[in-house]
Write a protein that binds this ligand. Structure first.
Ligand code: GDP
Ligand code: MG
Length: 315
């Protein structure tokens, strides 16, 4: 990938001559276990950083640094039908992230046969040579059914390497990492560990809140949600970081849905997001969430820019 020319601006320790590194596009429907898999690999060695501002939403999700390799997982936004400008943008970034990557890791759920969405993802990644299909959640499948299921997914993408695993039980997880590393080119470390600036933290915090909103309201409030962090203040006297964030929706009715009965939904979203943020920042967090209506923000390019979505240039 070419946006890493500042690669060696930090001290590189002596790396083995066969050190490998590269960018892995992580694709797959929601809920197939991508986060669980990243966490299973993470241990202490993970750093979560965002991409540069111009490539908002085409962010780096996780970096796994090992003595012999550095693997940079690039999060490709979900593969959505382009109903709106934001949708078009997300499809475009997803489409761009794939050719830029050294390898595509397509995570799928073994407990179901391939769905319509799995097929569209397979179509999107088909031109890419280096592909691994990680067939997760094999623990949910009777072992007699595994062979048929593997064949169904193998048919999606003939040149892909198919690897069954269970991210929650840990089976096949390290084998998958070895297969990923084997397919990366020789190269240096692109990132030092734990390089997370304040700007990036704000952005990731907003993404973590947005993720929880989508997670907990999948059916009701599709993608009408944007999150902007308003305040991010260290309060050493209280031993915590105070974060205030606005959750923007398009309609009053969506606001009501997010807030829920007596605020119960918003509380649950805040609780889950706070846990993720505390994990990221490694300290206690007080999270203040506000839900606000911004009519048709998705159709308004200026509004999208103001909210921090870097739209592709026209022309
Ligand atoms: P993501 O949306 O792709 O990031 O999926 P998550 O990592 O959030 O996982 C979605 C759900 O699937 C969670 O409830 C996980 O605990 C569960 N899950 C993930 N991996 C496995 C697995 O290997 N086996 C089983 N049974 N559940 C899993
Ligand atoms: Mg996830």
């Amino acid at each position: 990938m070419n946006d890493c020319n500042d690669v060696t601006s930090f001290p590189q320790e002596a790396l083995p001559p066969d050190h490998r590194s590269g960018f892995v596009a992580l694709v797959g429907k929601p809920n197939v276990g991508k986060s669980t898999l990243l966490n299973a690999w993470a241990g202490q060695k993970i750093a979560i950083v965002s991409e540069k501002p111009q490539t908002t939403r085409n962010r780096i999700r996780a970096i796994v640094t090992k003595p012999e390799a550095q693997v940079i997982f690039v999060d490709t936004p979900g593969i959505h039908e382009p109903h709106h400008k934001l949708g078009e943008f997300m499809v475009e970034t997803a489409t761009r992230a794939v050719p830029d990557a050294d390898l595509v890791l397509f995570v799928a759920d073994a407990s179901h046969p391939p769905s319509h969405e799995d097929r569209s993802i397979a179509k999107l990644i088909a031109p890419k040579g280096a592909t691994i299909i990680a067939l997760n959640k094999v623990d949910l499948l009777p072992s007699a059914a595994l062979k048929t299921r593997l064949a169904e997914y193998a048919a999606l993408c003939e040149h892909a390497l198919l690897m069954p695993l269970s991210a929650t039980e840990g089976t096949g997880v390290s084998e998958l990492m070895s297969a990923v590393i084997d397919r990366l080119p020789l190269g240096p470390r692109y990132y030092p560990e734990d390089q997370v600036t304040d700007r990036e933290e704000r952005f990731i915090v907003a993404e973590l809140v947005r993720e929880q909103v989508l997670e907990q309201l999948r059916q009701e409030v599709p993608h009408s949600v944007a999150v902007l962090v308003d305040e991010f203040k260290e309060r050493p006297e209280k031993g915590l970081i105070y974060i205030s964030a606005n959750v923007f929706v398009e309609r009053e009715s969506q606001k009501g849905i997010i807030i829920g009965q007596a605020g119960s939904r918003l509380k649950a979203i805040g609780r889950a997001a706070r846990q993720e943020i505390q994990h990221l920042l490694g300290c206690k967090v007080y999270l203040d969430l506000w839900v606000k209506v911004k009519k048709n923000w998705r159709k308004d390019e200026n509004e999208l820019r103001r909210l921090g979505y870097a739209l592709p240039k026209k022309g």
